[in-house]
Every structure is written in C-alpha cells, then in structure tokens.
Ligand binder design. Structure first.
Ligand code: ADP
Ligand code: MG
Length: 328
C-alpha cells in the first residue's frame, strides 16, 4: 500500500463485505488531503468549461422540509455516470441538510448496490407501487441508507417485468407521479436514477419530474443521442408534464490531462452554453471504488476531488433553482 496514508473520517484500511468475497477498502492517498475544497475555492478562476467559476454559496439550513423538487437523472446511453451522480449528488445534498430520496428506477438495481444494499433482499420494491392498486404504502418500501437524510426507494429486476405490465395500464405514464405523491412533502429533493433507454420507465420518470439532469461522459460521441433525448423531453413537456425543465447538463468523467476530453467538453459547451453546469466531474478511480465499498464518495473519500465535485454540483444546483416547484 505504498503511497497511502491515514486520512480523516474515512479512516484506515478496513474490510468491506462485497457479496461472497471480502475486499480490502483502500485508504485515502496523501494527496487526498489537498483535495479538501472549501465552499468558495476556485471562485473567479477559469473553470473547465471555459467560464469563470461563480460562487455557489453553502446553502442555508432549511426551517422546514418539502415539498420535494423531483429531478430525473437521464440519458439513454449507459455508462455515462447517471447512477454515480444520483448517489453522490444525493449524498452531497443530504450533507447540506436536505432531506433526499433516491429512486432506483433501473431494473439493474445498480443504485442500491452502490449504496451497499442488495436489491434482491426486498419483498417490496418500486415495482409493487407502480402496479399495485394503491394497497402498498410507499413508506413501507422506502429504506434508510447509512447516510443521514438520505433514503432509498429500491428496485430490482422485477421492475423489468413491471415495465411490460405497465404498458397495458390506464394512465401508464403517470404511475411514478402517483407513487411519489404521498411523500412529496417529506423530502426536499427526490432524485430518480433512470435506466439507459427512452422506454416507458424513463417516460414515467420525466412525467414525475420537475427537471432533468443529463450526465454526459467526456468521450467521443458524448453528444450522440442528446438531440433525441431533448426531443423526448420536449414531447413530454407538450403532452404529459408542462412543468418539466432542464436543470442542466453535467459533464462527467473529465480528464483535464487529455486533449481529447478538453475538446469534447469544449464542444459540449459550444453546443449548450447555458445548460452545461460549471461544475465538471473528474474521472477518477475513486468512483468505481465507491461502488465496491457501497457508499457515496462523500463518506468514502470525503476530502477527494470527486467528493468536492459533487458538493459543488449540489450547491450549483440549489443556486440554479429559481422557480419553486408547482405542487399537485
Ligand atoms: P450509468 O448509470 O449512466 O450507466 P454509472 O454511474 O453506473 O453510469 O457509471 C458507469 C461506470 O463508470 C461505473 O463503473 C462507475 O463507477 C464509473 N464512473 C462513473 N463516474 C466516474 C468518474 N467520474 N470517474 C471514473 N469512473 C466513473
Ligand atoms: Mg445506472
């Protein structure tokens, strides 16, 4: 373990159960200490998107909670950072005192796994709520995670079958909206981790959402499919959910050392100058590690660049939210 040393709160190496095997949880490297980002670091400096980084103030504590701002993390391309962003943005918002519900809306259940939770252990999942005749209480399905203020509505492979059955339901696009309604007042933010498709589940997520976050991997073809996604968002706004907004486009897996990533990011900013978040998430092996560890980066490597990135995103998101949500 050369190059590793003790670091605060994440502590030293520990054993982490992962399925059948137990793996060694790595310690935070020494440079992790330098990554501790105060709230206003980089302010005024040129950010990776080629614009000066504004101040995103640490949000004030809330006097009361709810109604929730529902955000869909959406891109029909797989592997762009939807699940990683859902977990870590959620955890960062929870650190800022927001009550957060994460909705696993991908039958793969990766969101649950990323939080160290086996999605196959549950008798009740989001699937029962979508298709049930109102006889399942959402509060019996929601579980607390190890992070304070962060709850999870789990799903598993049943949701795949659920999508097929949902097709023949009346009001099939509004199933998630109905499902979430009873808990809207209990949370400040609900983040829905969408599956990599524009099928009925994603349509449900977009119908239930106040706004969409589109993660884009800083790789070739990042923009491929975005036009189709934006068209879909327009259609949903026209036909199913007039309040649907684009919260922003999030550049993920950015490696400033490569010309390629810089070029891709420049192209994304050129195409969507107003939509791209100033916050860019760096590519770091820390993220795959957090999945194995089953916890957000904000607790696993609290002083890392990755944790600072999602905290900044949380602050930027809160500062972008100008209009209050329409309730009802
Ligand atoms: P999606 O939900 O869009 O399919 P994931 O969030 O599951 O994407 O990410 C895909 C893979 O990339 C995962 O293995 C994840 O750990 C890894 N990953 C996500 N974000 C980053 C990042 N910023 N740097 C490095 N790896 C990342
Ligand atoms: Mg995913």
């Amino acid at each position: 373990m050369a190059g590793f040393s003790d670091a605060p709160s994440a502590g030293g190496a520990s054993r982490v159960p992962f399925g059948e095997v137990t793996i060694e949880k790595p310690r935070i490297p020494e440079e992790g200490r330098l990554e501790l980002a105060p709230a206003d670091d980089k302010v005024g400096q040129m950010g990776p998107t080629g614009r000066p980084m504004p101040l995103f103030p640490v949000p004030e504590p809330l006097a009361s909670h709810g109604p929730a701002w529902v955000l869909a993390m959406c891109n029909q391309k797989g592997g762009v950072g939807k699940t990683t962003s859902t977990i870590n943005l959620g955890a960062a918002l929870a650190e800022y005192g927001r009550r957060v519900l994460l909705v696993d809306f991908d039958p793969q259940g990766a969101l649950s796994v990323g939080l160290g939770i086996n999605p196959n252990q549950f008798e009740l999942t989001v699937h029962d709520l979508l298709l049930g005749a109102g006889d399942t209480d959402i509060n019996d399905v929601i579980i607390e995670t190890q992070v304070e203020n962060l709850d999870l509505l789990p799903s598993n492979i049943d949701l795949s079958a659920g999508e097929v059955l949902l097709v023949s339901e009346v009001g099939r696009e509004h199933s998630l909206t109905r499902t979430l309604r009873p808990v809207l007042d209990e949370y400040d933010v609900i983040l829905v981790d969408c599956q990599p498709s524009l099928g009925l589940l994603t349509v449900n997520a977009l119908t239930a959402a106040d706004a969409v976050i589109i993660p884009l991997e800083c790789e070739y073809f990042a923009l491929r499919g975005v036009a189709l996604l934006l068209q879909t968002i327009d259609k949903i706004r026209d036909r199913l959910n007039s309040r649907l907004d684009l919260a922003g486009i999030l550049a993920t897996m950015y490696d400033a050392r490569t010309l390629h990533a810089r070029e891709v990011l420049a192209r994304v900013v050129e195409r969507f100058p107003d939509e791209v978040f100033h916050t860019v998430i760096n590519r770091t092996v820390r993220f795959p590690e957090t999945t194995v560890a089953g916890e957000p980066i904000t607790t696993y490597a609290p002083t890392s660049v990755g944790a600072a990135g999602y905290r900044r995103l949380a602050r930027e998101l809160i500062s972008r939210r100008v209009t209050p949500p329409v309730v009802g």
